[in-house]
Design a protein around this ligand. Structure first.
Ligand code: ASP
Length: 442
């Protein structure tokens, strides 16, 4: 029978009490055979994540200073070990680690010790095998080596019926520790799910799943029950973050679904993420509404532009050369507009862009409007339901929001709406009312 890979994030691993809860969840399903853990996270708002403390330790060691933050780390791990009544010589393990940190001075080695210790502690508590992620997740230099990881992890993990592995790190050809990006335990879990051909990848967090909107903008937004990896990618790209979207790449091909679950509300259904939705979930629907403020709308106009071959390309080439990323280019006859995030137009880049456009292309108009928000309504088969476009307009009229731009994506995956920054909140709320709550347009 196929196994489940369950990854538990920092808040789930934050204290002895939360670790007990994690163990209870794991024991509830014998298919939860491969467990991946983060370093202990925050216990409350004032707390500091162990990984952040380790970064301070690394900085101090590299600067030849006394790593004062190690004391706090030691206290946390000793407290957890004692409260869980583990038969683990934690003080001497920590002493050893500190020694090695001082000798190697390696950032990846130092900052990955939170995950290493988390895994050691949980494996001990559950009586599962402990596998050092250095032997499981393999790198070529500092880049992840997916084929080798698939191979090595597959062989190693299958030797043990029940295993705990630390997330976030692995090792290279010289057996030096290497790390994934911050939050990378999600990726470790996905790599392991891929290597063991898991039937499901569970990602245990401290939230009930993905929400349809940012709760700081919409009051108590509904949970997303199911979505596809592609939808997730659009949502994450535009700022919604629960899980790292690149996590998913190994899983998409194999069709392994991911379930986002809440350690502190384990009976909740969470959010399911599929490569392809099962037929009962497949319908034209909205998945979520997200957006980003602070775009610039750059409009270039020139008579007969539409008849001039390669004019658009020349504009985009100028942007490319200046290192400016263009998010959208909704255009019309003799007009080419670009949505550009303001971070790309700082420190004189805006002026440089205007000057270059004027010099090379001699346009009739070059105009920059600041303070534009892009809002993405993400879903599936949006084009199939003709009511969707009506809903956008009805929402904007009801919310008294001026439309700056609309791009009705031809893939049916999202439609993009540009509004002024001051209207951002109103627009999202109005769209949420219309699309999620049923609104006025049924
Ligand atoms: N502990 C690491 C971090 O804080 C990795 C993770 O939690 O996934 O980034």
């Amino acid at each position: 029978m196929k196994a489940i890979v369950a990854k538990f994030g920092g808040t789930s691993m934050a204290s002895a009490t939360t670790i007990k809860q994690v163990a209870k969840i794991i024991k509830q399903d014998p298919l939860r055979k491969f467990i991946v853990v983060s370093a202990p996270g925050k216990r409350d708002d004032k707390d500091i994540k162990v990984t952040d403390l380790l970064y301070q330790v690394a900085k101090d060691i590299q600067q030849g200073k006394d790593p004062v933050a190690f004391k706090t780390i030691r206290e946390r791990f000793v407290e957890i070990t004692e409260e869980l009544k583990l038969d683990l010589p934690i003080k001497s393990i920590l002493q050893d680690i500190l020694q090695k940190m001082k000798i190697s001075k390696s950032l990846p080695y130092i900052v990955s010790r939170g995950e290493y210790l988390s895994a050691l502690i949980l494996s001990n508590y559950l009586d599962f095998a402990f596998l050092d992620a250095a032997d499981v997740v393999r790198f070529k230099g500092n880049q992840l080596n997916r084929p080798k990881t698939r191979n090595d992890a597959g062989l190693l993990l299958k030797k043990h019926p029940y295993v705990v592995v630390g997330g976030f790190y692995g090792s290279d050809e010289q057996d030096q520790i290497q790390i994934l990006p911050r939050g990378g335990s999600d990726i470790s879990g996905a790599l392991i799910a891929d290597a063991v051909n898991a039937k499901l990848y569970e990602n245990w967090t401290d939230v009930d799943g993905f929400l349809t909107c940012d709760p700081r903008i919409v009051e108590k937004p509904q949970r997303i029950e199911a979505l596809t990896y592609r939808e997730l990618r659009v949502l994450s790209f535009m700022g919604a973050s629960v899980i790292q979207a690149e996590t998913m790449f190994p899983l998409i091909k194999k069709g392994i679904p991911t379930q986002i679950k809440n350690t502190f509300n384990p009976t909740g259904e969470g959010t399911m993420i599929y490569s392809k939705l099962p037929p009962d979930r497949y319908q034209s629907t909205i998945t979520g509404i997200t957006g980003v403020k602070g775009f610039n709308l750059v409009v270039v106009e020139k008579e007969m532009m539409s008849e001039t071959l390669g004019f658009d390309r020349k504009i985009l080439r100028i942007c490319e050369k200046l290192g400016i990323n263009v998010e959208h280019f909704p255009s019309g006859t003799d007009t080419f507009s670009m949505m550009i995030e303001s971070k790309y137009l700082q420190e004189g880049k805006k002026e440089a862009l205007i000057a270059k456009l004027k010099k090379d292309l001699r346009p009739d108009v070059v105009e920059v409007t600041e303070g534009i928000s892009l809002i993405y309504v993400v879903g599936r088969n949006l084009l199939q339901n003709k009511m969707n476009i009506l809903k956008v307009f009805s929402a904007l009229v009801n919310g008294n929001v001026n439309l700056k731009m609309i791009d009705y994506g031809s893939n049916g995956l999202h439609l993009v709406i540009g509004v002024e920054d001051i209207d951002y909140k109103f627009a999202i709320n109005a769209l949420y009312n219309e699309f999620v709550l049923g609104g006025t347009t049924k």
